[in-house]
Write a protein that binds this ligand. Structure first.
Ligand code: HAM
Length: 431
């Protein structure tokens, strides 16, 4: 019989304990920061009816990336490639009865049929934070939250930047100003999305295959040349338009909140998902060798209408743990997760101490310590070698002369089983 492949399916990962230590560290930080903003956790199913994504997720996700199949009841279902349609579906069920704004977060695993590469896999976990019914305040808070999450890992403004744009501005320019029809508009959106990865001459040539004449091409190029929010403001004054007013206001507010160093206007950010209607943004790593998006999001006003509900605007973002890890690695922000954490290793050199050892281990666990038993009679030297393979704080040796040693302070003392509190304090290095 041919032997089976030990490797996981292409683009997915096995998470060994060391990988889980890193993953839990990341998720715990994300959750902790979310909780400080009073975002509450939610979750949804792994499978959704595929119709949910047809409605507004955009062509790339549906045509190229979705994992779908027909179930035994002839329903066409998909493994979730993103969380936003699910959260909108959930909010649609309850939004009438609950006070707004609704602030929710989740860290689901998603699947997309992508070419696995640095920062992109087929199965990945994506932190999502979304706020519903907060209007333009939501845009501000979501950006504050994104900044705080990255700061909680020790990152600063020299390491990442939030590139912001607004679909209302883009639509005004593409449709209102340049006068493109829906088809050309869509093509231009896709082209802008790829702009930073393209050679400028090729970009200019492609613009001209989409626009009808040179004046349209020039108007488009005037838009992509806008480099700062001040440029946008001046440009829009000459057009007598208010389409950029919300974006200008957002930048002003972010400046007042001391967040200017984290944000910049970027005309190439349009986002590939169809549901965005307002502010859109992506967070980029500034490291020259890892210049990629680590998060993306935006505001969507009409997603609840696909469920025949009254409009309720939302804004949020998704951050993948795969590009986040590359970001943290590039900036040396990852601590060592190769060793497991053990507070106390309990070991015994005499068979007659075995029962005491098991009982002591349990008493220490009841004090919230992580306690590992070394099974079988073990000499002190071997016990210390085992302790060194992990991040062990203290070793208890039961036997003829029972003692406890704190490996960080290097201090030893005789073991007093009658005073568990003193032992706990000693292990914690407090006395
Ligand atoms: P997205 O831009 O498709 O947006 O994905 C957001 C983030 O998910 C990316 O910036 C990246 O960190 C991560 N990501 C995407 N694809 C992969 C992949 N193949 N492997 C690893 N990480 C990946 C959305 O999904 C929106 N639903 C986000 C959102 C939430 N908008 C509003 N609320």
């Amino acid at each position: 019989m041919a032997s089976l492949n030990k490797a996981p399916y292409k683009g997915t990962r096995d998470f060994f304990p060391a990988d889980m230590r890193f993953r839990n560290f990341v998720f715990e930080k994300m959750a902790a920061v979310s909780e400080t903003f009073c975002y509450e956790p939610y979750d949804g199913p792994l499978l959704e009816e595929i119709e949910l994504y047809y409605a507004k997720s955009g062509e790339e996700l549906i045509n190229d990336q979705i994992y779908s199949f027909v179930d035994r009841g002839d329903r066409k279902v998909a493994i979730r490639p993103e969380m936003t349609p699910t959260v909108a579906r959930m909010v649609a069920q309850i939004h009438r009865e609950v006070a707004k704004p609704l602030r929710w977060y989740a860290i689901p695993n998603l699947m997309r049929y992508e070419k696995p590469q640095k920062g992109r896999l087929r199965e990945f976990w994506q932190y999502n934070a979304d706020v519903f019914g907060a209007g333009e305040y939501g845009d501000v808070e979501i950006i504050q939250l994104a900044v705080q999450i990255l700061r909680s890992f020790g990152a600063n403004a020299s390491q990442f930047a939030i590139h912001i744009n607004d679909r209302r501005l883009v639509d005004f320019i593409f449709t209102g100003l340049i006068g493109l029809d829906a088809e050309a508009n869509k093509k231009l959106y896709k082209l802008v999305d790829r702009k930073n990865k393209m050679d400028p001459a090729k970009f200019a040539a492609e613009v001209r295959t989409i626009t009808k004449d040179e004046s349209q091409a020039n108007a488009f190029e005037a838009y992509v040349a806008l480099a700062t929010i001040a440029d946008v403001e001046r440009f829009m004054e000459t057009k007598n338009s208010e389409a950029a007013a919300p974006l200008v206001k957002l930048f002003k507010t972010l400046g007042e909140l001391g967040l200017s160093e984290y944000v910049l206007f970027d005309p190439s950010i349009v986002r590939g998902l169809d549901y965005y209607t307002g502010v859109v943004f992506e967070i980029f790593d500034k490291h020259p060798e890892n210049n990629r998006a680590i998060a993306g999001g935006g505001a969507y006003a009409n997603l609840l209408q696909i469920f025949n509900e009254q409009p309720l605007g939302g804004v949020g973002f998704g951050m993948g743990e795969v590009p986040l890890k590359e970001f943290l690695k590039a900036h040396n922000l990852i601590q060592d997760f190769s060793k497991a954490q053990v507070d106390v290793m309990v070991t015994y050199s005499l068979a007659s101490s075995e029962g005491d050892a098991f009982i002591l281990a349990d008493r220490l666990r009841a004090q919230n310590l992580k306690v590992e038993m070394i099974f079988g009679e073990t000499k002190a030297k071997k016990a210390f070698t085992q302790a060194e393979r992990k991040n062990t704080t203290a070793v208890v040796l039961l036997g003829e002369e029972s003692q406890v040693k704190n490996l960080s302070t290097r201090e030893s003392r005789p073991l007093d089983l009658g005073n568990i509190n003193a032992l706990v304090e000693f292990v914690k290095g407090k006395n």
